[in-house]
Design a protein around this ligand. Structure first.
Ligand code: THU
Length: 130
C-alpha cells in the first residue's frame, strides 16, 4: 500500500469532535515498515495530539527510530504544513534531507525536506559548550 493510501485510511479514524479536521500521517522506516497516526483531540484542548505524533509514537513503540519518508494528508484546499511541535518531532527521527509529503484529499501534494520545515533546528550539538 502506498503511503498516501495508508495516510488516507488512518485519517478516517481521527477523533476530532472539536475541530472536525481529520489528519492522517503515514511514515516509512528504512526497513520498509509503515507506521500510522491520526489526530486525537481532547475536551481539554491542549491535550490533543497530532497525526504525526501518533505515527512517530507507533514507530518508536515498535523499536524503530528512523523515518525514511513521511506523508501527511488532510481535507483542505492546500497541503497543510505540520505544526511547530511536529516539525521538531519529525526532526528528532529524520535526516535533514528526508522528504515529507504534505497532501490534500483532492490530490495536491507538496514535498518538503525536514530542513525546510525546521530551519535552524535545535539539536544536541547546541548543548555542547566546547
Ligand atoms: N493537526 C495535525 O494532526 N497535524 C498537523 O500537521 C496540523 C494539525 C491537527 C491538530 C488538531 O486536531 C487539528 O489538526 C486542528 O488543528
Amino acid at each position: 500500500m502506498s503511503l498516501r493510501q495508508a495516510a488516507m485510511t488512518v485519517r478516517e479514524h481521527a477523533y476530532v469532535p472539536y475541530s472536525r479536521y481529520k489528519v492522517g500521517a503515514a511514515l516509512r522506516t528504512p526497513d520498509g515498515e509503515v507506521f500510522l497516526g491520526c489526530n486525537v483531540e481532547n475536551v481539554a484542548y491542549p491535550e490533543g495530539t497530532c497525526a504525526e505524533a501518533g505515527a512517530i509514537a507507533a514507530m518508536v513503540a515498535s523499536g524503530r527510530t528512523e523515518i525514511a519518508e513521511a506523508y501527511v494528508i488532510a481535507d483542505a484546499a492546500h497541503p497543510v504544513p505540520p505544526c511547530g511541535g511536529c516539525r521538531q518531532k519529525l526532526a528528532e527521527f529524520a535526516k535533514s534531507g528526508t522528504r515529507i509529503t504534505l497532501a490534500t484529499l483532492d490530490g495536491a501534494e507538496q514535498v518538503v525536506t525536514v530542513a525546510e520545515l525546521l530551519p535552524g533546528a535545535f539539536s544536541a550539538a547546541h548543548m555542547d559548550r566546547t
